[in-house]
Every structure is written in C-alpha cells, then in structure tokens.
Design a protein around this ligand. Structure first.
Ligand SMILES: [Zn+2]
Length: 476
C-alpha cells in the first residue's frame, strides 16, 4: 500500500473511531441517541467517508427518496430483506441527510469497530433527503434507487420541485461513478417520468409501481395550486387522481403517458386499521393478495415501492408478502398508545399533500366523529414557514369531529386556519403537553384521540406517550 493509501486508511479509521466516541458521549448525556453527531464528526475528519463506506458495503446499497413515505418504505424494505436472512443497515432512527448515512454505519459498529453479525449477508437501506440525493448517489453509487413521489414541501419556493426532478434525472445521466443497477419509480407521478425514460433508454432495469383501482380515487376538489407539465411543455391531464398529483395521467398533446406499472395494486379496499390489496405483476397471470396493517393510500404506495425494490434485489414479490403483513409500524407514524382509559394515535403530517392524505384517511376510514388534536410547530425540522397549511384541505373535517384542539408553537396560525375552514376549535394553546393532557381528558372512555402533528411535535408527543406507557424511546 502506498503512503497515501495508508494515510487515507488511518484517517478513515480515525474518523469512524472519533464518530463512535461522539455518539457514545452524546447518548450518555441524553442527547436523543446521538444519531447525527457521529456522522458530523466523521465527515469533518474524512470528507470522503461516504465513498469508503460504500466500498466496505460492496455497493449493496438501496436509496429511498421522495417527499412523502421515505421512512415507511425504507422500513418495509429492511423488514423484507431481514426476513430473507440479510443483516440490514439503515438510518431508520436518524437523519436522512448525508451525515445520517455515516451515523447509521457507525452505530452498527461495536466498540471494537467490527460490524456486528458480519457472518450474514449485508444490505443497506438508506432514506435520503430529496435535495441530498444527487450528491450522495455520486459518492456512494447505490445499486438500487427508489423514487416515491415529489410534491410541494413546506419549504418549497416556486419551481423548486421541478429543479429537484431535473437534478434527479441529471444525477443519473452525469453519474461520476456507476449508474444504479435498478431504478424503482412511481409510475403514477408524472414528475418522475423522466427517470423511467432514462432507465429504459439506458437499459437499466426499471421497475414501476402504481395504483389501478378508480374506486379509491380522490374525489377531493381542493385545489393544490399545482399543475404538471409534460417535457413537451403541455399540460398533464388526469383520468384518475389517487394522492396529490399521482394518478392515471397522460400528456394533453404528445403520446407520453403513465407507464404501465410492473407492480400494480389492481384492487384496493381501505378499512379502519388496514388495507387489503390485490397485486398484479407484469407478465404474470396470477394475482397476489395482501393485507397491510396501516391505513390510507400512502401506505399502499409504500408497500408497492417496497415490493418493487425487493424484487429488484432478487426477492420475488410473492416472497415479500409475509414480511409486509407482519411488518411493524414506524415510530410516530400511525403509532398507537394505550393511555390509562383512552387510546392515542399519532399521525405525522409535514406538508400539504401528506396532511391531506392523513385527513382523508381519518375522515374516510376511521370511526367518526373524531377526537382530534392538531399540532403545528415551526422548528428547523418542521420548516419556519407555516403558510403551507393554507394549501391543505381542513374543510374536509367539517361535521366529522367530536372536538378539535390546536397546539404547537404556531397554534395561533393553526386555529385561525381551522376557523377559516368553518371549524370549531375547543381550545388552542402552544403548550403541547398541556394540550395533550387536555385532549386525553376530553376523549371518551376507550375511544381514540387522533393527534396529527408536524415532525418536532411528533418527537415530543411520542416521547411523552412512550414514557407513560412504558414503550421504549425510539433509539433503543
Ligand atoms: Zn407531452
């Protein structure tokens, strides 16, 4: 080995070692599991740490990106892969920025620096922030990239979505290293069409997924102020819309249209606490029946994406069913707690499309009327600009709730939004724990309090509910 090679190796080991120490100290002093700090430290010492980790992982890396569903989908893929005997590395409890990947790797190391359970075949599933994807994929050359959807996020400025879509397509074509072996793409989202097109033109295995049951189409007439355009410049038109801007679409001028999904949910039955699916696979006559223990169409999309990714990894969809059906949920996403004599269910919603889907799921597949606590924070992870609540369909709640309370650092904006929607807010206060107690007290015996919250509110509420009910904190 050259002197430079030895220097790089020593620097990498030092970066990992000091990152590990930072994580241990952070955990000792109770800073939420130290999930980000170790990655920060290691990246500071060795800027090329991602490429070296990817080499160690032999490129057995799956990236999952999109505006909504990253955590749920990554968790499902991990559970399928684990059920097939793989040891799976993931950033499930950490950050989806570049440092989160490093932190996940470091946390999988024992104090001695040896990967735990190294005897097993190892795979990595990382959820990656939309904006971080291009740079991170050029450093790590993932084997599989999963693209879920792209919608206006809370921090979006005009045109940002189109920029992100373009940067994804560009990252594939100008890949400094290797292109992925497999692309998994949501066929229903027209913004992702360029990725399917790229995959097909470059002979990359491209697995598309989508919905094919108009009976669960959104009848929501609420205008999201979003329009989609084809690469030819013309409007995209929809035969059916399922979630936000995802549906059965085609260009109003040229012959570009939704690709036929390779993994298609041909029949979807949404029930309270579960969804029942009939899945058709391209080129196969037999359909697969599957029960998902989560509510709402977003969960259905997550399942289709996970099945597709596992298929790209070599696991046939029929062999994924058992893992999906027995999959545990993801912390803070439709997670339920039994608190003395009421149930509390936590729903994460951090952008208009996510919130619309949660509200739709609550009003269409949950026992009504609802006991409801809405929480809006404006921390860095939530987004400082909360004006996105005006793009969400609060009006859908009219006549569907027993009581509605608001909390969070921007509870005043939230209650004003509810008033404009014609809803009665029983109480609004920024003190989240006080409002949690208030709402639980008001929830009738053995009924469910549904808590819909932005990210930092979810972390705070989940920790409180976990403490009351003896559920472990998320990082344990
Ligand atoms: Zn067109």
């Amino acid at each position: 080995m050259s002197a430079m090679g030895i220097f790089n190796l020593v620097r990498f080991q030092l970066a990992i070692c000091l990152g590990k120490c930072a994580a241990v100290f952070s955990q000792m002093f109770g800073r939420g599991g130290g999930t980000a700090v170790s990655g920060l430290v290691a990246t500071f010492i060795e800027p090329n740490v991602h490429r070296q980790i990817s080499n160690i992982l032999s490129r057995e890396v799956i990236f999952v990106t999109g505006t909504n569903g990253k955590t749920g989908t990554s968790s499902l893929i991990s559970q399928i892969l684990r059920s097939k005997g793989n040891f799976v590395l993931s950033n499930s409890s950490g950050s989806n920025m570049a440092r989160g990947v490093v932190s996940a790797y470091i946390s999988s190391l024992g104090i001695g620096g040896i990967l735990k359970r190294r005897r097993k075949k190892m795979a990595s599933v990382f959820e990656v922030d939309e904006a971080v994807l291009p740079s991170l994929s050029s450093q790590m050359d993932p084997k599989i990239e999963v693209f879920l959807n792209l919608s206006r996020d809370q921090l979006d400025r005009y045109g940002e979505i189109d920029n992100i879509a373009a940067s994804w397509a560009q990252s594939l074509s100008s890949h400094s290293g290797l292109t992925p072996d497999v692309l998994v793409v949501n066929a229903d989202d027209p913004k992702l069409y360029s990725l399917v097109d790229f995959g097909r033109k470059n002979s990359i295995q491209t697995i598309t997924f989508g919905l094919g049951d108009p009976s669960v189409a959104s009848d929501d007439v609420f205008d999201l102020y979003e329009r989609d355009f084809c690469s030819c410049g013309s409007d995209i038109r929809y035969e059916v819309k399922y979630v936000g801007q995802s549906g059965s679409w085609s260009c109003s001028e040229c012959d570009i249209e939704r690709p036929d999904p390779d993994v298609l949910a041909a029949k979807v039955t949404l029930e309270s606490n579960r969804s029942i699916l009939k899945i058709k696979l391209a080129g196969q006559a037999e359909a697969l029946d599957l029960t998902v223990h989560q509510q709402g169409l977003y969960s259905v999309y997550n399942v289709l994406a996970a099945i597709s990714a596992a298929w790209g990894y070599g696991i046939h969809p029929a062999d994924s069913i058992q893992a999906i059906e027995s999959a545990s949920g993801v912390f803070g996403r439709q997670e339920e707690f039994l608190v003395v004599n009421a149930k509390a269910k936590v729903w994460l919603a951090k952008n208009p499309q996510g919130l619309n889907e949660v509200l739709r799921t609550l009003t269409e597949t949950t026992e009504l009327p609802l006991n409801l606590l809405l929480v809006l924070n404006d921390g860095i992870q939530d987004g400082k600009d909360v004006s996105w609540i005006y793009d969400a369909n609060f009006e859908i709640l009219e006549g569907k709730y027993k009581f509605l309370a608001c909390s969070g650092s921007r509870s005043h904006n939230l209650s004003l939004r509810c008033l404009i929607a014609g809803l009665d807010v029983v109480k609004s206060d920024s003190d989240i724990m006080g409002m949690l107690d208030f709402s639980l007290d008001r929830t009738p015996h053995m009924e469910t309090l549904n808590i819909v919250t932005t990210y930092t509110g979810m972390i705070e509420i989940r920790e409180n509910l976990a403490n009351r009910t003896g559920v472990l904190p998320y990082w344990k």
